[in-house]
Write a protein of this length. Structure first.
Length: 119
């Protein structure tokens, strides 16, 4: 049974930082590209960024470039989202997801962790 469990969310003031973690189990972690998505209240879920299987390549949504950094530790089956210079518009439930090699659709999703940025 595949599980993705996010942690590290919370309430932070604008300009602050948070690091989200996503611990994976039940899959061969190093064979998956790992992504982060977020969904603000009453809005659609949006892509934040992703990191390839061995961390060689990352890509980000334009809205977060320069402020958010994705990394992974395959020995710990964990992917991270380092968030800095946070803005109120970053307030959302943040989800991690796993993309199988050769696929175009994320297959496994976590339950999400809330990030709230106060102004």
């Amino acid at each position: 049974q595949v599980q993705l469990v996010e942690s590290g969310g919370g309430l932070v003031q604008a300009g602050g930082s948070l690091r989200l973690s996503c611990a994976a189990s039940g899959l061969t972690f190093s064979t998956y590209t790992m992504g982060w998505f977020r969904q603000a209240p009453e809005k659609e879920r949006k892509f934040v960024g992703e990191i390839t299987q061995f961390g060689r390549t990352t890509s980000y949504a334009d809205s977060v470039k320069g402020r958010l950094t994705i990394s992974r530790d395959n020995a710990k089956n964990t992917v991270y989202l380092q968030m800095s210079s946070l803005k109120p518009e970053d307030t959302a439930v943040h989800y991690c997801a796993a993309l199988p090699r050769g696929s175009y659709e994320y297959k496994y999703w976590g339950q999400g962790t809330q990030v709230t940025v106060s102004s």
